[in-house]
Design a protein around this ligand. Structure first.
Ligand code: URA
Length: 196
């Protein structure tokens, strides 16, 4: 990534760190802007920071995050080299409740800026909050997961299950959420490998 783009991302991050556009600024410990590596190939958008993310200022570092790393690792993808990770909203909602519409709207400018600066070729929409924010549909994630949709700058977007959903569903049998995730991540890697 060029120095200029890195500078632009850093500017947005600084702005986000002092943001007071919604009530979550009063209860956050840290804003959680991004993790992984800034690149123009692969971005993942999750829901919102949880307890550990709020404490550390890094996305997906709790149990769900550890599972996410494991899933990515199964196809050879790592945070350090391959993927930029962010969330629909950048501050933790109290008790991990779903983000409110006003919070999503207030925070949208940061997500839009991340997408515009990086122009990722693939965006993974991890869980229903990210799906609802990026796709104009009322369909549930079970119907949408594993399918490709056109996203900003003609990128490819795929809804995938949230790892916290997989943590609640232990089966690995054919057709189970874990099995479906495995199919989806293999498909993502196939398309990723075709990018120049
Ligand atoms: N769940 C999310 O959606 N994002 C995080 O950063 C952590 C847990």
């Amino acid at each position: 990534m060029s120095n200029e783009l890195e500078k632009q991302l850093e500017e947005i991050k600084q702005k986000c760190q002092t943001c007071t556009k919604c009530g979550l600024c009063k209860t956050r410990t840290n804003t959680v802007f991004s993790g992984g590596t800034a690149n123009n190939k692969l971005m993942l958008i999750g829901e919102a920071p949880g307890y550990y993310e709020d404490q550390q200022g890094i996305p997906f570092v709790g149990k769900a995050g550890q599972l996410l790393d494991k899933i990515l690792g199964c196809v050879g993808l790592t945070r350090e080299k391959d993927i930029y990770i962010c969330n629909t909203i950048k501050c933790r909602p109290p008790n991990n409740r779903d983000p409110l519409l006003e919070e999503k709207l207030a925070c949208r400018e940061y997500l839009d800026a991340q997408i515009e600066i990086l122009k990722p070729r693939i965006i993974l929409l991890c869980g229903k909050v990210a799906v609802n924010s990026m796709l104009n549909t009322t369909q549930g994630i079970t119907k949408l997961r594993g399918k490709w949709f056109e996203g900003p700058n003609y990128c490819k977007m795929m809804p995938i299950f949230h790892p916290s959903y997989l943590l609640r569903n232990d089966s690995r049998e054919k057709g189970s959420p874990k099995w479906l995730m495995w199919q989806d991540i293999k498909e993502v890697k196939k398309v990723y490998d075709m990018l120049e």
